[in-house]
Design a protein around this ligand. Structure first.
Ligand SMILES: Nc1ncnc2c1ncn2[C@@H]1O[C@H](COP(=O)(O)OP(=O)(O)OP(=O)(O)O)[C@@H](O)[C@H]1O
Ligand SMILES: [Mg+2]
Length: 265
């Protein structure tokens, strides 16, 4: 089992001419393999800052992040190894894939860099990964612009899974997709999470899908954790007024279940 511990993390951005912004204040939580945590909050609440700190794109101003009890490495081979353990799926499937490279290249590269399979098995592994994200083998020689947004996001998921990570951070992975494609991609992520025993941090504005796909939910408001509990408790019995506000502002979680899964879970 792999766990990442976020302990009392704060992040202050200094903005030239505009003072500073406290993007995160004293945020703590643990994400372990085998579980999905939904992280919700309004725009600007600090969700992506959490993702950036987990992937070491940003450093905390104070506090620390531990992987299995050890501080996460800040450079070199150890940082590369860490980044294979914790992978990221970004919001924008149009910007996150390189338009000049084939789908094969996107999935092959992390396989080669991580060395998880011997060179002779890379091609078979590319096909296994594409099959895992339910893409037809025929896409390998195509380029990103020849695929739909939903297909591109499946490529991004295959690429994230290539080094066989224990943990996945998905920052609003479906918010830029056509509404009709969202459930398919989220269900795929959820199936893979269960199959591979991944730990997933699912960042979203959408309380209904956060409840449906997560074991626990963390609510962020202005950089602080205002609520953290089991998904049902947070949505059905919110303790904090901000969570109630969010709930009122979102489509009714109950009707979401009626529409998508034929009733309340
Ligand atoms: N590089 C940066 N420099 C200065 N301020 C930043 C930077 N990145 C984020 N911020 C600020 O930090 C706060 C948190 O931003 P963050 O992107 O984490 O929010 P978010 O919850 O992901 O929002 P959204 O739902 O819109 O994606 C915001 O006030 C934002 O303007
Ligand atoms: Mg964000």
């Amino acid at each position: 089992m792999t766990s990442i511990d976020v302990q009392g993390v704060s992040k202050t951005y200094r903005v030239r001419g505009a003072g500073s912004i406290d993007a995160l204040s004293d945020v703590s939580f643990t994400l372990s393999s085998g579980q999905t945590i939904g992280m919700v909050g309004q725009s600007g609440s600090g969700k992506s800052t959490v993702a950036k700190i987990l992937t070491q794109m940003e450093r905390p101003t104070s506090g620390q992040v531990l992987l299995d009890g050890e501080p996460i490495p800040t450079r070199g081979a150890a940082l590369r190894a860490y980044r294979q353990q914790l992978r990221m799926v970004f919001q924008d499937p149009f910007a996150s894939l390189n338009p000049y490279h084939s789908i094969r290249h996107h999935v092959e590269r992390p396989l080669v860099l991580s060395g998880v399979v011997p060179p002779g098995e890379v091609d078979a592994e590319v096909h296994r990964l594409l099959d895992k994200v339910q893409l037809d083998a025929g896409v390998v020689d195509r380029r990103p612009h020849e695929l739909s947004g939903g297909q591109r996001q499946r490529v991004a998921i295959a690429r994230a899974l290539a080094p066989r990570p224990a943990l996945l951070v998905a920052d609003e992975p479906v918010s830029m997709l056509d509404v009709s494609l969202r459930m398919g991609v989220l269900s795929l992520l959820s199936d893979i999470q269960a199959e591979d025993g991944l730990g997933v941090l699912y960042i979203t504005h959408d309380l209904a899908t956060a409840r449906y796909f997560s074991d626990e939910i963390i609510v962020l408001n202005q950089g602080r954790v205002v609520e953290h509990g089991s998904a049902d408790d947070v949505i059905l019995r919110p303790q904090h007024p901000y969570t109630r506000e969010l709930r009122e502002a979102s489509p009714d979680p109950e009707s979401f279940f009626a529409d998508h899964v034929g009733g309340v879970r």
